[in-house]
Design a protein around this ligand. Sequence first.
Ligand SMILES: C[S@@+](CC[C@H](N)C(=O)[O-])C[C@H]1O[C@@H](n2cnc3c(N)ncnc32)[C@H](O)[C@@H]1O
Length: 205
Amino acid sequence: MDTEPQSLSLDNPLYWELKYQAGQTGWDKGAPSPALVEALQILPNPQRVLVPGCGAGHDVRYLASLKIEAVGIDFAPSAIEKAKKLSQYPLENYVLADIFSLPKEFYSSFDWVWEHTCFCAIPPEKRTDYVLSMKNALKEKGFFLGIFFLDTGEPGEPPPYCFDLSEIDHHFDPYFQLEAEWLPFSCYEGREGEEIVRLYQKRSP
Ligand SMILES: C[S@@+](CC[C@H](N)C(=O)[O-])C[C@H]1O[C@@H](n2cnc3c(N)ncnc32)[C@H](O)[C@@H]1O
């Protein structure tokens, strides 16, 4: 295929599909997010978790290894194919879908959303749509737990699209209550000081 990912918008699944086909997946560390591992040692564990933009499914697999039902969605066919190939646990599920048009059966059906490198991968003008979509997937009083890249001030081509905390506040505050935030103790090599974890609870309608 001649198409260059660089000429495509990031909300076009082909952009990501071509990255997976070319093996240009620098975000894939081959292991679950250390911040997720930490959070699951501290917080009461959920029963059912949605992982948007799950890629090869390392976080989904880790959740399922703890006997938590986990559903990863991604709109790049090669990501879902890879995740399914690596699958090890009965409670590990993958769906090829766009996070902006979730299957109806996903509505109000998750205790948690776990966000990791999906929010920073969508065009900034779609951030409110993202927050609404995740809110719709959560049960009443469900939790949104996410690790966010902070704006390091370094110029560079997105992704990731970075942001400061006021930007996250702006999008989440109307729909979610901030319960806690912390700097992760451990992180992937090279991401030291670049990330923050936030725990939100869905507001009542
Ligand atoms: C930077 S990668 C991160 C993948 C994974 N979270 C990880 O850390 O290994 C972003 C992922 O989000 C997916 N993605 C981006 N926009 C999406 C959308 N609208 N619907 C579903 N998946 C999306 C891409 O296909 C890609 O797999």
